[in-house]
Write a protein that binds this ligand. Structure first.
Ligand SMILES: Nc1ncnc2c1ncn2[C@@H]1O[C@H](COP(=O)(O)OP(=O)(O)OP(=O)(O)O)[C@@H](O)[C@H]1O
Ligand SMILES: [Mg+2]
Length: 510
C-alpha cells in the first residue's frame, strides 16, 4: 500500500557558525504513522525538527504539509498548521502553575475577554487525568519533578488539534511505567489518524512503538525503512556507519567482599522521601540504585553529596563520620556528582564547553586566583577526545551543543577531578548507543583504577551490564540487594513488585 504522505521535507540545509548541521536532508512522514527519527548525538535530529517548526530558519529546502507548502516562523505558527511539538529542552515556564503551562500561548477567554481560569483548571485536570497524572494543577510547575513536567508537556502537545505530534526524546526522564502510559497515548493518537515523529535513543522503544524509521548521520540521510525490515544491530550500523557491537555485560561473580569500604550511610531519614535507608560502597565498586521514580534514589545521592541534609541518620567517609554542610565539603574529600537534571542543576548555558567542563576543577589548577590556562586546555582537549564530544571548538557556548553532547561535558566535569567516588544520576540519559558504550567502558575503567561509582539508572539493562551490586529502593527504603551474577532485569523488577502491588497513582511521579 502506498503511504499517504502528510509531511514532506526536501533538501533541508541548515548551517551554524562552524557547523553544517543539515546537509540537504529529505524526510517524509505518512498520515497516522509513528515515525522514528534516529541518529547519534549531534546528527541533526533536533535541528531538523526546529527547521520544520520555525525555531530555526532553514537555509535551503522546502516543506510540504498536508498538501501545500508551508514556512512556519514560530512554534505557534506551526501549531496553527497542525504541528504540535515537545522539544528536547522543555519550553515550559517553571514558575507558572501547571494549568497555565498547559495553555501557554492559547489561553481560553471568557465573553469579557478575560483569561478563563476556571476552564483552564477544569480542562487541565481532565486532560492530565486521562493520562493518569493526578497533580494539583494550581501549583507552580517547578514543585514537581522532571517526569511530571515532561508529562505536562506531552499533555499540552496532544491536547491541541494536531495532525502531527513531534516528540523529541520524550521518554528520557520517564520510568518504565510512565513510558507505557506515553505509549498508550501514542497509540490513541495513531488510532485517530494523527502522525507522530518519535525521537529516542532507546532502541527497544523504537521497535515497540514505531513502524517507520529515518536515520540521520552527520547531518545527512543515512537510511529510511520499515522498522519490521531491520533488527537492532542493523539499525545501530546505519547510525554509526559501521559494524555494530552489542553492549555486553562486564561483570561476573561478586568479587569485592573484602574490598575496603569507602562510604557508608545508615538509617537515613529525609522528609517524606527517605525512610531509614542504609547503603555502603566499596573501593572500586560500581553500586547501582534501582527503583521507580520517586523511590528516593536521587535524594539518597544528594544526601551523600551534601546537597541535602538528612533529618536523621549517619554518613561515614573512610570510616569516619562526616557532616557535609554543602557539596563543597564532599567535593573536597573526592566525591563528584553528575546530576540527572542537566538543565536546572548542571550546565551553565552561556558559558563555553571549556568553562563548563572545568568549573569544579578551577580551584585545583589555579595559583593565587590565576588559572593555569595551559593545564586547563590540556584537560579539556583530553576529555573532548576521550568522550568524543562533538563541538567545533572548546570555546563554543555549551547551549549550542546537542543534548547528548552537553551530557558528556557534564560527565567530564567530574571525571577530570580525579574523584574517589563519582555519583552518576542517569549518566547515559539522552546519549546515543555508540557513546553509551564508551561511557560504560569509562565507568569500568574508573572502577578498575579503584574509583567507586554510585550509579542511578532507570534502564535496568544498564545496571545489569555494569554493576557489581544493586540496591533496590522503594519509598525511601532498601528492599533488597543483588550481587554479581544475580543481577538481572527480572530479578530487579520482581523485588520492586514483591513489595506490595501497585504504587499509588501520581504519587510515584512527584
Ligand atoms: N544553535 C546552534 N548553534 C550552533 N550549533 C548548533 C546549534 N544547534 C545545533 N547545533 C549543532 O548542530 C549539530 C546538530 O545538533 P542537534 O541538536 O540537531 O543534534 P541531535 O541529533 O538532536 O543530537 P542529540 O541526540 O544529542 O540530541 C550539532 O553539531 C550541534 O552542535
Ligand atoms: Mg537532539
Amino acid at each position: 500500500m502506498a503511504r499517504d504522505i502528510l509531511l514532506e521535507m526536501k533538501g533541508i540545509v541548515k548551517n551554524f557558525p562552524g557547523v553544517r548541521a543539515l546537509k540537504g536532508v529529505d524526510f517524509s512522514v505518512a498520515r497516522g504513522e509513528v515515525h522514528a527519527l534516529m541518529g547519534e548525538n549531534g546528527a541533526g535530529k533536533s535541528t531538523l525538527i526546529k527547521a520544520l517548526t520555525g525555531i530555526y530558519t532553514k537555509d535551503e529546502g522546502t516543506i510540504r504539509f498536508d498538501g501545500r507548502e508551508i514556512n512556519p516562523r514560530s512554534t505557534l505558527e506551526a501549531q496553527k498548521e497542525g504541528i504540535s511539538t515537545i522539544y528536547q529542552e522543555l519550553n515550559l515556564s517553571p514558575f507558572q502553575t501547571v494549568y497555565e503551562n498547559m495553555f501557554l500561548g492559547r489561553e481560553p477567554r471568557n465573553s469579557f475577554g478575560m483569561v478563563d481560569r476556571k476552564t483552564m483548571i477544569q480542562e487541565s485536570l481532565r486532560i492530565l487525568g486521562e493520562l493518569g497524572i493526578h497533580v494539583d494543577v494550581t501549583k507552580p510547575l517547578l514543585s514537581y519533578g522532571t517526569a511530571v513536567q515532561q508529562m505536562v508537556a506531552i499533555a499540552r502537545a496532544v491536547s491541541v488539534d494536531a495532525k502531527l505530534v513531534i516528540m523529541d526524546e520524550p521518554t528520557s526522564s520517564l520510568d518504565t511505567k510512565e513510558v507505557e502510559v506515553l505509549f498508550g497515548v501514542i497509540r490513541k493518537l495513531k488510532a485517530k489518524g494523527i502522525a507522530v515523529i518519535f525521537i529516542s535513543h532507546r532502541l527497544d522503544e523504537i521497535f515497540e512503538i514505531c513502524e517507520h524509521v529515518t536515520i540521520l548521520k552527520d547531518g545527512a540521510l543515512a537510511g529510511e525503512m520499515r522498522v519490521a525490515d531491520i533488527d537492532q544491530l542493523q539499525l545501530i550500523s546505519y547510525m554509526i556507519g559501521g559494524e555494530a557491537k552489542q553492549l555486553e555485560r562486564t561483570k561476573g561473580d561478586y568479587e569485592l567482599q573484602s574490598a575496603p569500604e569507602v562510604a557508608r550511610m545508615t538509617d537515613i531519614q529525609q522528609g517524606m522521601r527517605l525512610n531509614g535507608i542504609g547503603i555502603d560502597i566499596k573501593k572500586g565498586e560500581v553500586l547501582g540504585l534501582a527503583g521507580l521514580l520517586g523511590s528516593g534514589r536521587s535524594e539518597l545521592a544528594k544526601v551523600l553529596f551534601g546537597a541535602m541534609q538528612p533529618d536523621e541518620g549517619e554518613v561515614f567517609w573512610m570510616d569516619k563520620q562526616v557532616h557535609f554542610k554543602s557539596p563543597k565539603d564532599s567535593i573536597d574529600l573526592g566525591i563528584g556528582f553528575c546530576t540527572e537534571d542537566r538543565k536546572v542543576e548542571g550546565i551553565i548555558p552561556h558559558l563555553s564547553v571549556k568553562e563548563n567542563m572545568t568549573i569544579a576543577l578551577l580551584p585545583q589548577i589555579s595559583k593565587m586566583g590565576v588559572v593555569s590556562s595551559k593545564q586547563q586546555n590540556k584537560i579539556v582537549e583530553e576529555y573532548i577526545d576521550r568522550l568524543k564530544i562533538k563541538t567545533p571548538s572548546p570555546n563554543q557556548a555549551i547551549r549550542n551543543l546537542s543534548g547528548g553532547n552537553q551530557q558528556k561535558v557534564l560527565l567530564a566535569r567530574w571525571l577530570c577531578m580525579n574523584p574517589k567516588l563519582v555519583i552518576m544520576d542517569e549518566p547515559t540519559r539522552g546519549i546515543d548507543v555508540g557513546a553509551k558504550a564508551e561511557i560504560e567502558a569509562l565507568i569500568q575503567e574508573l572502577a578498575g583504577q579503584g574509583i567507586s561509582v554510585l550509579m542511578i539508572s532507570s534502564e535496568l539493562a544498564e545496571l545489569e551490564r555494569n554493576c557489581d551490586r544493586v540496591v533496590v529502593m522503594r519509598e525511601g527504603r532498601n528492599l533488597g540487594e543483588l550481587c554479581g551474577l544475580e543481577i538481572n532485569q527480572d530479578a530487579i523488577m520482581s523485588i520492586i513488585a514483591s513489595a506490595g502491588g501497585e504504587l499509588e497513582k501520581g504519587g510515584r511521579l512527584q
